[in-house]
Design a protein around this ligand. Structure first.
Ligand code: FE2
Length: 493
């Protein structure tokens, strides 16, 4: 039970914070009204003049699970914070704030902010009480679910391979994230190979946590201003064939770390997704595949690994539950349908591999889907995507950008690697061009994909990331290396 003195302090703290935040919001409203600029006013608002003690949050903030009226903050502080709360306000909606809570140094904590209005951009700040001194964190922002007919942007990154110095130049990775941040996307989807649990020094829980921790400062560069969605790649080792019934195998250790540090969606009245409990994660859901609506688009993410019994051919599987779930979400009406995953079960390539095994039904000699997946229906994954008019499948794994138009009407896109050397790629060991025998638009690293969704079309752009040590011969930073348009399918009545 709190002492009277403590309660009094808390009230004083809350009152001080309320005054500060009201002043900030007034300035935000005034400035935005004068300039007409809706969001990029943070530098003006965080001059420190009003909130006398404004400082960066002493750690990392990553946003997740945005809905029409909620968002989740994943907070990791380097110092103990006796009391804090997060408060947010938009230009059109009343303020919302979390409950007051304490934050221990080094303990990742999630807190949900509720009572938000949909289709709104919110500024937020954390009000922190350090032993009686109140401090406001630097203001950041986020977007709640867009309404149908809205225009918005989201970003995609792939294969960051942080921790492998050959595949990830950290300066270039930061530049990629900065390029994303400059676009102010509503959210960023990372499609795997971000957490290298298979590095040789990773042996147990503490090393796994180090791996997941090491990405926080990077992903927070975009994640404090818009949600991040994670998808498992092969290097995350959340592989079904590693499960041994104990909690000492890598698949479970890695899953626990992901759940602790990165809040991904779990099924509720906004998200659909993995609902089958994993017995070794009591009280948790696996948060490894999920779907949601945003504006006119349906987003569907898949996990290629947790339900696979081996890393090849027919042993790679979504598993019956995920496969059945995919069939249940794709028929929903949407102007655009996007599917995201790391790679097909048959390793590298785009349309070249879409015909095989669980994805396309062909075995090495003949069509085998109904024989190999009895009771799963007549259609493998690709045919289900075609039947439901999926527009684009985004994958990673091959460390280059490829855009291919499948004759069945789906665009298959391999997302570029975020941070590889653009000058050392061609012809080197990281050049997987030869896997793409069917051709298409093929470009080397590094950078991200930016997708602008409008009521009439989605425009997908590959944006180069370059740093000072890169030559100019393979493009410049921020260059639109490729761009294509996906017309909206008029699925609504
Ligand atoms: Fe990779």
């Amino acid at each position: 039970m709190r002492s009277e003195n403590a309660e009094q302090k808390l009230h004083q703290f809350g009152f001080f914070a309320l005054i500060v935040f009201c002043a900030l919001c007034f300035l935000a409203y005034t400035y935005a009204g004068k300039s007409g600029a809706p969001v990029n006013t943070l530098a003006q608002l965080n001059s420190g003049v009003v909130c006398g003690t404004v400082q960066d949050f002493p750690g990392t903030i990553i946003l997740g699970r945005p809905t029409g009226n909620e968002i989740t903050f994943s907070l990791l502080s380097s110092v103990d914070i006796a009391e804090m709360y997060v408060t947010a306000e938009s230009q059109v909606a009343p303020a919302a704030q979390t409950s007051v809570f304490s934050l221990g140094a080094g303990s990742p904590t999630t807190i949900t902010l509720s009572g938000l209005y949909p289709n709104s951009y919110y500024y937020y700040t954390a009000i922190m009480n350090f032993g009686g001194t109140s401090v406001c964190s630097t203001m950041h922002g986020f977007q709640t679910q867009r309404s149908p007919g809205s225009s918005f942007t989201f970003a995609i990154i792939a294969d960051t391979h942080l921790g492998n110095d050959f595949l990830c130049n950290q300066d270039r990775y930061k530049q990629t994230l900065q390029n994303i941040n400059d676009e102010r996307p509503d959210f960023t989807i990372s499609i795997g190979d971000d957490f290298l649990a298979d590095l040789p020094w990773v042996k147990g829980t503490s090393e796994v946590q180090k791996i997941y921790l090491s990405q926080r400062p990077f992903l927070a560069m975009v994640g404090q201003d818009g949600a991040v969605f994670n998808i498992n790649g092969n290097h995350e080792l959340q592989n079904g064939w590693l499960l041994d019934g104990t909690d000492r195998n890598m698949a479970i250790m890695v899953m626990k770390a992901r759940l602790a540090y990165y809040p991904n969606p779990r099924p509720n009245n906004f998200y659909s997704g993995a609902s089958t409990p994993q017995p070794l994660l009591p009280g948790e859901l696996t948060e490894n595949y999920y779907a949601w609506f945003w504006g006119d688009a349906l987003f569907v993410t898949l996990d290629d690994y947790l339900y696979s019994s081996e890393g090849k051919q027919w042993s790679y599987s979504l598993g019956y539950d995920q496969f059945t779930w995919l069939k249940s979400v794709l028929p929903y009406n949407a102007g655009f349908k996007f599917v995201f995953h790391h790679t097909y079960g048959v390793d590298r390539g785009g349309v070249e591999t879409a015909s095989y095994f669980e994805w396309g039904g062909l075995g090495l000699k003949s069509y085998e889907f109904t024989k190999m997946r009895p009771g799963w229906g007549d259609q493998p994954i690709h045919q289900i995507l075609v039947a439901n008019q999926v527009d684009v499948v985004f994958k990673g794994h091959d460390h280059l950008y490829v855009k291919q138009d499948h004759p069945d009407g789906i665009i298959y896109v391999t997302a570029p690697q975020a941070a590889f050397d653009p000058d050392g790629w061609k012809g080197g060991s990281n050049d997987k061009t030869s896997e793409y025998t069917a051709g298409g638009t093929i470009l080397g690293p590094a950078g991200h994909l930016s997708v602008e969704v409008t009521p009439d079309a989605a425009i997908v752009s590959y944006i180069f990331s370059r740093i000072a040590t890169d030559s100019l011969k393979n493009g410049v930073n921020g260059q639109v290396a490729d761009q294509f348009t996906v017309p909206r399918k008029m699925r609504y009545g």
